[in-house]
Design a protein around this ligand. Sequence first.
Ligand code: PLP
Length: 360
Amino acid sequence: MARAHNFFAGPAVLPLSVIEETRDAVMDFANIGVSIMEISHRDKAFDKVVAEAQADALSLMGLSAQEYAVIFLGGGASMQFAMLPLNFLQKKADYVNTGEWASKALKEAKIIGEAVEVATSKATNFNQLPRNIKYSPDADYVHITTNNTIYGTEWKTDPDVGSVPLTADMSSDILSIKRNFSKYSLIYAGGQKNLGPAGVVMVVIKKAWMEAKAKQNLSSMLKYKTHVDAGSMYNTPPCLPVFVVGRTLKWIIKEGGLEAIEARNQKKAKLIYDIFDAYPTFYKSAVAVKEDRSLMNITWNLPTPELEEKFITEAKAKKMLGLKGHRSVGGMRASVYNACPMESVELLAKHMEEFYQANK
Ligand SMILES: *Cc1c(COP(=O)(O)O)cnc(C)c1O
């Protein structure tokens, strides 16, 4: 099978070995004689899939099962925009608005309570992260978006927010860069960027915070505690997506863990950013501050929309897909998630060099 070079922002590229393992499990799961789609979620063999995924996620993040719980839910990251404030917004919460997804998180929180836009880079079309943020010392939590999928900015370091619980949407850079995950009280990530297929969101939650602060008077399905207490098996989880996430976590471990994955991601991103820096008036980075450049979503513009069209058409002819920018911002975007192979990024860099020489 000939694989295309996949730069889609999400759903996105997965490791080939994970796809093959999934194909096998779709035919026959764990030599039981049924598909992974046909087995009870209460079966021991499926239990093992969930338990290992939880343990592998915690181990990759350097977190302990005593302190943190991992649950797999439906509804996507967008559901978490509501679920987080439903559970934890009592008085007020601070939101750092760094892009479209962050804005949506803020919008949902505002429906539930006092959500404060504590900082934003909206005035410059989110082309960098806000600096010198003054967090409220009495907030219920702070919410950030560690990687801004559409604009191509990323928090490379985890902010200091004092004693206020820190929460984050890590949908598009989860387990792609080393972080101090223990700084966070809640982390969520939709499956379809760096973990697996669409249809599942992984939530990592500090249990003591949940026990002490989460609201009780909520519908069972919308309460984190329901799912944590039931080991993520309160109702039928999205079994197939959870299986794929589990295989991806094992793939990350096999590749050498976060250290090795980040080193490769740095190398991949540098191949493209070096071209921006060599030809800054042709490949115009959409991000104004170099240190904010995302390792996962690389965004840029060409001098004219016609050239952008041409670049994409010619890239497609070389089997490079998904390079069009998000419909809300235009331009170009290369999403180079964990599973995007070095060869694909090298081919893109080569295309950029050749395209520059032919069209400068
Ligand atoms: C893709 C994305 C989302 C939305 O995810 P859904 O699963 O479609 O709800 C939210 N936040 C970020 C940062 C994303 O990249």
